[in-house]
Design a protein around this ligand. Structure first.
Ligand SMILES: Cc1cc2nc3c(=O)[nH]c(=O)nc-3n(C[C@H](O)[C@H](O)[C@H](O)COP(=O)(O)O)c2cc1C
Length: 179
């Protein structure tokens, strides 16, 4: 698919086709594309916890997501919990933050990784929803995510059952300064 079309067609999907699964090979293809993203000194601190077991996905929804995200991700066959290893991206070899952003660079890298993820999914005809509103500690407990990792979003992945319009974007003049 042409790159611009992928950019334009990717939407946050809040309705998924029931009973339509996604193969592990497809998820792996998407995650390999995600891993091609740039990262601080190629530190590659992004981590993915892929929930494909439906009973576990149900448990994640019921215990770790608020009601509206439970509904938004209902029927999505895959939930990818994303995290990054703390204290590496944005840090020197002695473990000192290189500048004022500290671990925010880890979040920056994870965002780049996850943008590749959602775009690759769209290219393959799949849809996604990034959910930042979730209970991180319950996710940690349920999926045994180590304490040295910062948990970020839960990404729902599946075949969309709606065609939402692109929410309005700001004009460049509102967001950009040229010198
Ligand atoms: C970091 C992040 C967190 C988000 N969290 C949620 C969420 O918890 N629930 C939800 O329905 N949408 C969530 N979204 C989706 C945004 O609302 C959506 O990207 C935005 O409205 C633009 O729509 P679009 O993705 O279709 O272009 C999140 C998006 C990002 C990037």
């Amino acid at each position: 698919m042409e790159f611009n079309k992928v950019l334009e067609e990717r939407r946050s999907l809040r309705a998924y086709e029931a009973g339509r699964s996604v193969s592990r090979e497809t998820v792996e293809e998407i995650l390999r594309a995600a891993s091609m993203a740039p990262s601080w000194k190629n530190s590659q601190t992004a981590r993915s916890y892929v929930v494909m077991s439906q009973p576990l996905a149900k448990q994640v929804r019921e215990t770790c997501l608020p009601e509206f995200n439970r509904k938004n991700s209902q029927n999505a066959p895959v939930l990818i919990v994303t995290a990054f290893v703390k204290g590496r991206s944005g840090f020197d070899n002695l473990g000192n933050a290189v500048n004022e952003l500290g671990d925010e660079w880890g979040a920056y890298d994870l965002g780049l990784h996850n943008e590749n993820l959602v775009l690759k999914a769209r290219e393959l005809g799949l849809d996604t929803l990034i959910m930042g509103i979730r209970d991180g500690e319950k996710l940690r407990e349920l999926l045994h995510i180590p304490e040295d990792q910062q948990i970020a979003a839960v990404i729902a992945l599946g075949y969309g059952a709606a065609e939402p319009q692109m929410p309005k974007r700001k004009e460049l003049s509102e967001t950009t300064v040229f010198f």
